[in-house]
Ligand binder design. Structure first.
Ligand SMILES: Cc1ncc(COP(=O)(O)O)c(C=O)c1O
Length: 352
Protein backbone atom coordinates (compact mmCIF):
# COMPACT_ATOMS: atom_id res chain seq x y z
CA UNK A 1 0.00 0.00 0.00
CA UNK A 2 1.32 3.43 -0.79
CA UNK A 3 -0.09 6.28 1.19
CA UNK A 4 -0.01 9.70 -0.47
CA UNK A 5 -1.12 12.39 1.96
CA UNK A 6 -1.01 15.14 -0.65
CA UNK A 7 -3.24 13.21 -3.01
CA UNK A 8 -5.72 12.55 -0.20
CA UNK A 9 -6.11 16.20 0.81
CA UNK A 10 -8.85 18.43 -0.58
CA UNK A 11 -7.48 20.82 -3.21
CA UNK A 12 -8.47 23.92 -1.23
CA UNK A 13 -6.63 22.61 1.87
CA UNK A 14 -3.51 21.60 -0.08
CA UNK A 15 -3.36 25.15 -1.45
CA UNK A 16 -4.45 26.92 1.76
CA UNK A 17 -2.31 29.74 3.07
CA UNK A 18 -3.13 29.67 6.79
CA UNK A 19 -3.93 32.71 8.91
CA UNK A 20 -0.82 34.07 10.54
CA UNK A 21 -1.63 35.42 14.00
CA UNK A 22 0.27 38.04 15.97
CA UNK A 23 1.48 35.28 18.30
CA UNK A 24 2.72 33.22 15.33
CA UNK A 25 4.69 36.09 13.84
CA UNK A 26 6.60 37.16 16.96
CA UNK A 27 8.24 34.45 19.10
CA UNK A 28 11.06 36.10 21.11
CA UNK A 29 11.12 37.87 24.50
CA UNK A 30 9.44 41.28 24.75
CA UNK A 31 7.80 43.47 27.38
CA UNK A 32 5.50 45.71 25.35
CA UNK A 33 2.94 43.96 23.16
CA UNK A 34 1.21 46.37 20.82
CA UNK A 35 0.70 43.88 18.00
CA UNK A 36 -2.63 42.13 18.61
CA UNK A 37 -5.14 44.86 19.50
CA UNK A 38 -5.58 43.44 23.00
CA UNK A 39 -6.58 45.46 26.05
CA UNK A 40 -3.24 46.37 27.69
CA UNK A 41 -4.84 47.14 31.08
CA UNK A 42 -5.79 43.63 32.18
CA UNK A 43 -9.00 41.66 32.83
CA UNK A 44 -11.82 42.31 35.30
CA UNK A 45 -10.87 39.08 37.09
CA UNK A 46 -8.34 37.95 39.73
CA UNK A 47 -6.23 36.52 36.88
CA UNK A 48 -5.42 38.31 33.65
CA UNK A 49 -6.69 36.81 30.43
CA UNK A 50 -6.20 39.87 28.26
CA UNK A 51 -3.48 38.28 26.09
CA UNK A 52 -4.19 35.73 23.35
CA UNK A 53 -3.02 32.21 24.28
CA UNK A 54 -0.23 30.18 22.67
CA UNK A 55 -1.81 29.01 19.36
CA UNK A 56 0.13 25.72 19.45
CA UNK A 57 -0.09 25.09 23.22
CA UNK A 58 3.61 24.21 23.56
CA UNK A 59 3.65 23.82 27.36
CA UNK A 60 0.57 21.60 27.49
CA UNK A 61 1.88 19.44 24.64
CA UNK A 62 5.28 19.13 26.34
CA UNK A 63 3.65 17.70 29.48
CA UNK A 64 1.23 15.49 27.55
CA UNK A 65 4.11 14.22 25.47
CA UNK A 66 5.84 12.86 28.60
CA UNK A 67 2.65 11.20 29.84
CA UNK A 68 1.65 9.71 26.48
CA UNK A 69 5.12 8.89 25.15
CA UNK A 70 4.34 10.67 21.87
CA UNK A 71 6.44 13.62 20.58
CA UNK A 72 4.70 17.03 20.58
CA UNK A 73 5.08 17.26 16.79
CA UNK A 74 2.77 14.24 16.48
CA UNK A 75 0.07 15.85 18.60
CA UNK A 76 -2.86 18.17 17.87
CA UNK A 77 -5.04 19.66 20.62
CA UNK A 78 -8.66 20.45 19.89
CA UNK A 79 -11.66 22.02 21.59
CA UNK A 80 -12.75 18.50 22.52
CA UNK A 81 -12.00 15.56 20.23
CA UNK A 82 -15.15 16.65 18.41
CA UNK A 83 -13.07 19.50 16.92
CA UNK A 84 -10.53 16.97 15.59
CA UNK A 85 -13.36 14.92 14.03
CA UNK A 86 -14.66 18.02 12.24
CA UNK A 87 -11.16 18.98 11.05
CA UNK A 88 -10.66 15.48 9.60
CA UNK A 89 -13.71 16.05 7.38
CA UNK A 90 -12.59 19.52 6.37
CA UNK A 91 -9.08 18.29 5.51
CA UNK A 92 -9.93 15.19 3.49
CA UNK A 93 -13.55 15.12 2.34
CA UNK A 94 -14.85 17.19 -0.56
CA UNK A 95 -18.56 17.82 0.08
CA UNK A 96 -20.96 15.91 -2.20
CA UNK A 97 -18.07 13.91 -3.69
CA UNK A 98 -16.23 11.93 -1.02
CA UNK A 99 -17.51 9.46 1.54
CA UNK A 100 -16.50 7.94 4.88
CA UNK A 101 -17.21 4.58 6.50
CA UNK A 102 -18.59 4.26 10.00
CA UNK A 103 -19.33 1.00 11.80
CA UNK A 104 -22.57 1.29 13.82
CA UNK A 105 -23.50 1.12 16.57
CA UNK A 106 -20.89 3.74 17.32
CA UNK A 107 -20.31 7.29 18.52
CA UNK A 108 -22.87 9.64 16.94
CA UNK A 109 -20.64 12.60 16.07
CA UNK A 110 -18.91 10.84 13.16
CA UNK A 111 -22.24 10.92 11.29
CA UNK A 112 -23.37 14.36 12.52
CA UNK A 113 -20.05 15.88 11.52
CA UNK A 114 -20.34 14.21 8.08
CA UNK A 115 -23.81 15.70 7.66
CA UNK A 116 -22.59 19.16 8.69
CA UNK A 117 -19.82 18.87 6.09
CA UNK A 118 -22.17 17.43 3.44
CA UNK A 119 -20.15 14.22 3.16
CA UNK A 120 -21.76 10.84 2.42
CA UNK A 121 -21.70 8.26 5.24
CA UNK A 122 -21.50 4.57 4.39
CA UNK A 123 -22.57 2.36 7.27
CA UNK A 124 -21.19 -1.15 7.73
CA UNK A 125 -22.72 -2.54 10.91
CA UNK A 126 -20.51 -4.29 13.43
CA UNK A 127 -21.01 -8.06 13.64
CA UNK A 128 -23.43 -9.39 16.31
CA UNK A 129 -20.48 -9.64 18.72
CA UNK A 130 -19.63 -5.99 17.98
CA UNK A 131 -16.48 -6.60 15.92
CA UNK A 132 -15.52 -5.29 12.47
CA UNK A 133 -17.09 -6.81 9.37
CA UNK A 134 -13.93 -6.57 7.26
CA UNK A 135 -15.54 -8.02 4.12
CA UNK A 136 -18.46 -5.60 4.46
CA UNK A 137 -16.03 -2.68 4.79
CA UNK A 138 -14.05 -3.85 1.73
CA UNK A 139 -17.31 -4.02 -0.27
CA UNK A 140 -18.43 -0.56 0.87
CA UNK A 141 -15.32 1.37 -0.09
CA UNK A 142 -14.54 3.03 -3.38
CA UNK A 143 -12.03 5.57 -4.73
CA UNK A 144 -13.89 8.38 -2.93
CA UNK A 145 -13.72 6.78 0.53
CA UNK A 146 -11.39 9.00 2.53
CA UNK A 147 -11.82 8.00 6.18
CA UNK A 148 -12.83 4.92 8.20
CA UNK A 149 -13.86 5.70 11.78
CA UNK A 150 -13.26 2.97 14.40
CA UNK A 151 -14.03 3.54 18.08
CA UNK A 152 -12.19 1.26 20.54
CA UNK A 153 -13.36 0.72 23.23
CA UNK A 154 -16.56 1.37 21.32
CA UNK A 155 -19.33 3.69 22.43
CA UNK A 156 -22.11 2.56 23.10
CA UNK A 157 -21.16 -1.14 23.28
CA UNK A 158 -18.13 -0.79 25.59
CA UNK A 159 -16.05 -3.59 24.03
CA UNK A 160 -12.65 -3.19 22.40
CA UNK A 161 -12.27 -3.82 18.68
CA UNK A 162 -9.83 -6.58 17.74
CA UNK A 163 -6.52 -4.72 17.13
CA UNK A 164 -5.47 -7.18 14.40
CA UNK A 165 -8.58 -6.21 12.40
CA UNK A 166 -7.69 -2.52 12.82
CA UNK A 167 -4.17 -3.29 11.57
CA UNK A 168 -5.64 -5.06 8.54
CA UNK A 169 -7.50 -1.86 7.66
CA UNK A 170 -4.41 0.28 8.27
CA UNK A 171 -2.37 -1.93 5.95
CA UNK A 172 -4.89 -2.25 3.15
CA UNK A 173 -6.81 1.02 3.03
CA UNK A 174 -5.21 3.98 1.25
CA UNK A 175 -7.21 6.58 3.17
CA UNK A 176 -7.18 7.63 6.82
CA UNK A 177 -8.06 5.16 9.59
CA UNK A 178 -9.22 6.95 12.74
CA UNK A 179 -9.02 5.00 16.00
CA UNK A 180 -11.02 6.87 18.63
CA UNK A 181 -9.64 5.90 22.04
CA UNK A 182 -11.81 8.17 24.22
CA UNK A 183 -12.14 5.29 26.75
CA UNK A 184 -8.66 3.74 26.42
CA UNK A 185 -7.74 4.47 30.07
CA UNK A 186 -10.31 1.88 31.21
CA UNK A 187 -9.06 -0.80 28.81
CA UNK A 188 -6.30 -3.41 28.98
CA UNK A 189 -5.65 -2.91 25.26
CA UNK A 190 -2.47 -1.16 24.18
CA UNK A 191 -3.05 2.28 22.67
CA UNK A 192 -2.61 2.61 18.91
CA UNK A 193 -0.38 5.65 19.59
CA UNK A 194 2.46 3.08 19.81
CA UNK A 195 1.74 2.09 16.19
CA UNK A 196 2.06 5.62 14.78
CA UNK A 197 5.60 5.11 13.39
CA UNK A 198 4.34 2.08 11.43
CA UNK A 199 1.23 3.60 9.84
CA UNK A 200 1.29 6.97 8.00
CA UNK A 201 -2.51 6.79 7.57
CA UNK A 202 -3.33 6.39 11.29
CA UNK A 203 -5.02 9.09 13.38
CA UNK A 204 -5.61 8.26 17.07
CA UNK A 205 -8.10 10.34 19.04
CA UNK A 206 -8.10 10.64 22.82
CA UNK A 207 -9.72 13.11 25.22
CA UNK A 208 -9.37 14.54 28.71
CA UNK A 209 -13.19 14.43 29.02
CA UNK A 210 -13.43 10.90 30.42
CA UNK A 211 -10.86 9.32 32.78
CA UNK A 212 -9.14 12.68 33.36
CA UNK A 213 -12.39 14.23 34.61
CA UNK A 214 -12.04 17.46 32.59
CA UNK A 215 -15.05 17.34 30.23
CA UNK A 216 -15.98 20.96 30.93
CA UNK A 217 -12.54 22.24 29.88
CA UNK A 218 -12.91 20.75 26.38
CA UNK A 219 -9.54 19.29 25.51
CA UNK A 220 -9.29 16.58 22.88
CA UNK A 221 -6.12 15.05 21.45
CA UNK A 222 -5.29 13.77 18.00
CA UNK A 223 -2.06 11.84 17.36
CA UNK A 224 -0.74 11.30 13.84
CA UNK A 225 2.28 11.76 11.56
CA UNK A 226 3.81 15.22 11.76
CA UNK A 227 2.62 15.86 8.20
CA UNK A 228 -1.03 15.19 9.12
CA UNK A 229 -0.66 17.27 12.31
CA UNK A 230 0.70 20.16 10.20
CA UNK A 231 -2.48 19.98 8.07
CA UNK A 232 -4.69 20.09 11.20
CA UNK A 233 -2.78 23.11 12.50
CA UNK A 234 -3.27 24.88 9.20
CA UNK A 235 -7.05 24.42 9.36
CA UNK A 236 -7.82 25.02 13.05
CA UNK A 237 -8.95 28.43 14.32
CA UNK A 238 -5.78 30.25 15.46
CA UNK A 239 -6.51 30.21 19.20
CA UNK A 240 -8.65 27.10 19.54
CA UNK A 241 -7.57 26.22 23.10
CA UNK A 242 -8.26 29.06 25.51
CA UNK A 243 -5.80 30.19 28.18
CA UNK A 244 -7.95 29.10 31.16
CA UNK A 245 -8.08 25.57 29.74
CA UNK A 246 -4.33 25.54 29.07
CA UNK A 247 -3.58 26.74 32.64
CA UNK A 248 -5.96 24.28 34.33
CA UNK A 249 -4.87 21.34 32.19
CA UNK A 250 -1.20 22.04 33.03
CA UNK A 251 -2.15 21.86 36.71
CA UNK A 252 -4.32 18.75 36.28
CA UNK A 253 -1.62 16.82 34.41
CA UNK A 254 0.54 16.87 37.55
CA UNK A 255 -2.19 15.05 39.47
CA UNK A 256 -2.21 11.80 37.55
CA UNK A 257 -2.03 9.65 40.71
CA UNK A 258 -5.62 10.55 41.65
CA UNK A 259 -6.69 9.88 38.06
CA UNK A 260 -5.11 6.41 38.25
CA UNK A 261 -6.99 5.78 41.52
CA UNK A 262 -10.29 6.78 39.91
CA UNK A 263 -9.63 4.50 36.95
CA UNK A 264 -9.05 1.53 39.29
CA UNK A 265 -12.15 2.40 41.32
CA UNK A 266 -14.29 2.83 38.20
CA UNK A 267 -13.23 -0.61 36.93
CA UNK A 268 -13.99 -2.20 40.33
CA UNK A 269 -17.37 -0.48 40.43
CA UNK A 270 -18.09 -1.55 36.83
CA UNK A 271 -17.45 -5.18 37.73
CA UNK A 272 -19.61 -4.90 40.88
CA UNK A 273 -22.42 -3.31 38.85
CA UNK A 274 -22.20 -6.04 36.21
CA UNK A 275 -22.34 -8.78 38.87
CA UNK A 276 -25.41 -7.25 40.52
CA UNK A 277 -27.20 -6.61 37.24
CA UNK A 278 -26.47 -10.14 36.03
CA UNK A 279 -28.36 -11.46 39.10
CA UNK A 280 -31.61 -9.88 37.91
CA UNK A 281 -33.83 -12.24 35.91
CA UNK A 282 -35.00 -9.29 33.77
CA UNK A 283 -31.46 -8.67 32.52
CA UNK A 284 -30.88 -10.64 29.31
CA UNK A 285 -27.33 -9.65 28.38
CA UNK A 286 -24.48 -7.38 29.43
CA UNK A 287 -21.75 -6.71 26.86
CA UNK A 288 -18.32 -7.16 28.48
CA UNK A 289 -17.01 -3.61 28.84
CA UNK A 290 -13.55 -2.09 28.58
CA UNK A 291 -14.99 1.38 29.26
CA UNK A 292 -16.66 3.34 32.07
CA UNK A 293 -20.14 2.29 31.00
CA UNK A 294 -22.05 -0.89 30.28
CA UNK A 295 -24.58 -1.77 27.59
CA UNK A 296 -27.35 -3.80 29.21
CA UNK A 297 -30.14 -5.64 27.40
CA UNK A 298 -33.12 -5.90 29.68
CA UNK A 299 -36.89 -6.19 29.89
CA UNK A 300 -38.94 -3.04 29.16
CA UNK A 301 -35.99 -0.65 28.66
CA UNK A 302 -38.18 2.40 27.97
CA UNK A 303 -40.35 1.77 31.05
CA UNK A 304 -37.23 1.42 33.20
CA UNK A 305 -35.67 4.52 31.64
CA UNK A 306 -38.78 6.60 32.48
CA UNK A 307 -38.95 5.19 36.01
CA UNK A 308 -35.30 6.08 36.59
CA UNK A 309 -35.84 9.61 35.24
CA UNK A 310 -38.71 9.98 37.74
CA UNK A 311 -36.22 9.20 40.48
CA UNK A 312 -33.71 11.72 39.10
CA UNK A 313 -31.41 9.08 37.61
CA UNK A 314 -30.51 9.56 33.96
CA UNK A 315 -29.10 6.75 31.82
CA UNK A 316 -28.96 6.56 28.02
CA UNK A 317 -31.77 4.82 26.16
CA UNK A 318 -30.16 3.01 23.21
CA UNK A 319 -33.07 0.61 22.71
CA UNK A 320 -33.95 1.97 19.25
CA UNK A 321 -30.37 1.84 17.94
CA UNK A 322 -29.56 -0.96 15.45
CA UNK A 323 -27.92 -3.95 17.23
CA UNK A 324 -28.66 -2.35 20.62
CA UNK A 325 -32.39 -3.20 20.61
CA UNK A 326 -33.66 -3.51 24.17
CA UNK A 327 -30.55 -1.89 25.65
CA UNK A 328 -29.78 0.91 28.06
CA UNK A 329 -26.27 2.33 28.31
CA UNK A 330 -25.35 2.94 31.93
CA UNK A 331 -22.34 5.01 32.95
CA UNK A 332 -20.49 3.71 36.03
CA UNK A 333 -20.92 6.21 38.86
CA UNK A 334 -19.66 6.37 42.44
CA UNK A 335 -20.42 3.45 44.76
CA UNK A 336 -23.36 5.41 46.23
CA UNK A 337 -24.77 6.31 42.83
CA UNK A 338 -24.51 2.72 41.60
CA UNK A 339 -26.26 1.41 44.73
CA UNK A 340 -29.06 3.94 44.29
CA UNK A 341 -29.40 2.93 40.63
CA UNK A 342 -29.58 -0.79 41.49
CA UNK A 343 -32.17 -0.20 44.20
CA UNK A 344 -34.36 1.73 41.76
CA UNK A 345 -34.00 -0.94 39.05
CA UNK A 346 -35.02 -3.64 41.55
CA UNK A 347 -37.99 -1.67 42.77
CA UNK A 348 -39.13 -0.97 39.16
CA UNK A 349 -39.22 -4.68 38.28
CA UNK A 350 -40.86 -5.64 41.61
CA UNK A 351 -43.67 -3.14 41.02
CA UNK A 352 -44.49 -4.54 37.56
C1 LIG B 1 -16.08 7.76 21.48
C2 LIG B 1 -16.10 9.20 21.80
N1 LIG B 1 -15.29 10.03 21.15
C3 LIG B 1 -15.28 11.35 21.42
C4 LIG B 1 -16.12 11.88 22.37
C5 LIG B 1 -16.10 13.37 22.57
O1 LIG B 1 -15.07 13.75 23.35
P1 LIG B 1 -14.75 15.28 23.64
O2 LIG B 1 -15.41 15.60 24.94
O3 LIG B 1 -13.26 15.30 23.73
O4 LIG B 1 -15.27 16.09 22.49
C6 LIG B 1 -16.99 11.07 23.07
C7 LIG B 1 -17.91 11.63 24.06
O5 LIG B 1 -18.82 11.04 24.56
C8 LIG B 1 -16.98 9.69 22.78
O6 LIG B 1 -17.81 8.84 23.40
Amino acid sequence: MSFDLNALLRDNIRNLVPYSSARDEFKGEASVFLDANENAFGSPLPHDYNRYPDPLQHQVKHKLSKIKGVPSENMFLGNGSDEAIDILYRAFCTPKLDNVIIVPPTYGMYEVSANINDVQVRKVNLTPDFQLDLDGIADALDMHTKIIFICSPNNPTGNSINPLDIETLLLNFKGIVVVDEAYINYSKQKSFTYSLPEFPNLVVLQTLSKAWGLAALRLGLAFASKEIIAVFNKIKPPYNINQATQDLVLEALDNYSIVNEWIKETIQEREALVTQLANLSQVEHITPSDANFVLVKLEDPRGLYDALVNQGIIVRDRSKVALCEGCLRITVGTKNENEKLLAEIQSFYKSK
